[in-house]
Design a protein around this ligand. Sequence first.
Ligand code: ZN
Length: 231
Amino acid sequence: MGVAKQLYQLQEVDLELESGEQALARITSQLGESQAVVAARKELDGESQRLEELRQQQHSMEWEIDDFTVKLAAVEERLYSGRITNPKELANLQHEADGLQSRRSQVEDKALEMMEGVSRGEAKVVTLSSQLKRLEVEWQHEQQQLLAEAERHKGAIADLKQKRQLMVVNIDPAAVDVYHGIKKQKGRAVAKVEAGTCRGCGITLSTAQLQQARGNPLVQCSNCRRILFLA
Ligand SMILES: [Zn+2]
């Protein structure tokens, strides 16, 4: 096999390796926390916290209502005990009882609103929790697929590297050096010759160059310096 053909085949392996490594890097960048999951978790945390605050307010209102009830019972006990006969004192007690009752009923109204708020909050937390759960399951599934894909690419890359090593030992080291030098500068070091032109740069090659390229030694394009490979 001519050295140009060997280098051309080496280049094919290098290109495959490159695209495998690019794919692996793309996958690796997709691994990790999902923005959607993070956002859903944050929303749920915020809503749970608001719900907890509402519950605490509801409890303190219930205590307030209990407090009014106890005070009212004491006032009414005195009012209806028969022990107090002074009309002015009785009127004062009645006034006090009315005031307690009206304040209690104001707090009761607020507590009712609060209870509705708690119910709405509970429903929202349930909805957000199930949304988060669904997103987490989707994300886990995606991550598993990505990991499996990454493993496939790693395996393919390892195989290609091994193949490359076996190829390189059979190529003239000086030619491999030339190949690496041009590859570093141009990305692709070997250009196919088709219809008398260099596929690397598109220039029409001279008859002399074409004849040289048919022989075994390395011939580089006079324009782009790539190694010419005549299939
Ligand atoms: Zn060229």
